[in-house]
Design a protein around this ligand. Structure first.
Ligand code: TXA
Ligand code: MG
Length: 343
């Protein structure tokens, strides 16, 4: 079922929202837009419903799901305690692109948390998501609505391309705003820890809680990540992807040597970089000077290479400031090779 809800005023009484909420109550899976990426939702209290998410995505069972709520008061219905630091973060970033990890009280089905004692909770900042969550009045487990391993969906078309025939329906609310997933923060210890960089930056979190740590696995590939999902290769297009430093000269050298080997090369990069390149398929992810815009476009660009006849994709690295940190995290996860050729 396909519902177009790409309209200005959507609330829990809107007919398509009421219908989709009934579908969720009937333990079926429905994709819906959030401000970060599209999510694939199901009743978090039902093992049977949640299993449909894992089946549709082909998701490994050891990777827990984020539980979405339509009202902050629902947090206490899912957790044993809410530490002070979590309260501060939720005050500021709920609704928003932040997921807090808290001790679970077992209210969710055990496959939601993949056997962990903790649960990830997020209140999305999107009128369609909030309307749906209010209308069904359930905690809704929702990972990104892509096939496991593929880039997360930022449009309803991406969801359709990946999951058509595998889920009950899609609510189409247009393209998502941020374009990258939420920041996942473990709030169960003394000092909060970023497990996955995302839409809310480290600097924004620090403003609220002072000190915040970063999971060592994000900085060193040899470390085991604390967030189970972070250990999987992800976001990858069909052709191998190499991330390279942005000096257009270095990219040109790479292109030449790959073409010499008879390879068809595609390049994704900033407008500033790709306009100088000749004889290859290029796709712009926006201006170097606007990392927010790059975040919005990056998954669509990654996906669009699957429609091109290329043997290899070179990606220009993104400046690691603000949300650029999260963009680079995704590019590095998508990459089979990272060439650091600092000039
Ligand atoms: O923006 C988002 O977060 C999107 C939208 C739909 O809300 N959702 C999303 O979900 O990105 P997913 O399943 O694609 O990513 C969830 C991440 C995974 O890396 C998972 O391992 C981690 O959060 N996670 C979930 N529960 C956790 C827990 N209890 N402890 C540690 N990590 C957890
Ligand atoms: Mg995902």
């Amino acid at each position: 079922k396909y519902w177009n809800v790409n309209e200005l005023h959507i609330d829990e009484n809107y007919p398509a929202i009421k219908e989709a909420a009934e579908v969720l109550k009937n333990k079926e899976a429905v994709a819906f837009p959030t401000e970060t990426v599209y999510g694939l939702g199901a009743d978090a209290t039902s093992e049977e419903a949640v299993d449909k998410i894992f089946q549709a995505k082909g998701r490994p069972a050891d990777n827990p799901l984020i539980v979405h709520i339509g009202d902050v008061t629902q947090v206490k219905e899912l957790t044993t305690e809410i530490p002070e630091v979590a309260k501060k973060l939720m005050d500021k970033f709920f609704p928003g692109a932040l997921t807090v990890i808290l001790e679970s009280n077992g209210a969710c089905a055990h496959n939601v948390t993949a056997g962990l004692s903790t649960v990830g909770i997020r209140m999305p900042d999107h009128p369609v998501a909030i309307a749906l969550l209010k209308a069904c009045n359930l905690p809704v487990a929702a990972p990104s609505a892509n096939r496991s391993g593929r880039p997360s969906p930022t449009t309803a078309k991406h969801v359709k391309d990946d999951l058509e025939g595998r889920i009950f329906g899609i609510l189409d609310g247009g393209p998502t705003g941020i374009g990258l997933e939420s920041t996942v923060v473990d709030c169960t210890g003394e000092i909060p820890v970023i497990l996955r960089p995302g839409g809310v930056t480290k600097e924004e979190l620090e403003e609220i809680v002072g000190t915040i740590l970063v999971d060592p696995a994000l900085l060193d590939k040899e470390e085991k990540p604390k967030s189970p999902g972070m250990k999987y290769t992800h976001y990858a297009p069909n052709a191998p992807l190499w991330v390279i430093n942005g000096d257009p000269k270095k990219i040109e050298q790479q292109i030449k040597s790959l073409q010499h080997e008879g390879k068809k090369v595609g390049v994704m990069g900033s407008e500033e970089c790709i306009h100088e390149l000749k004889g290859v398929i290029t796709k712009s992810y926006g201006s170097k000077n606007d990392v927010k815009d790059i975040a919005r476009r990056i998954y669509d660009v990654l996906r669009s290479f699957n429609e091109e006849d290329v043997d290899i994709i070179l990606a220009e690295a993104v400046p690691k400031n603000g949300v650029g940190v999260a963009v680079m995290n995704r590019l590095e996860k998508a990459a089979s090779k990272i060439l650091i050729t600092e000039s």
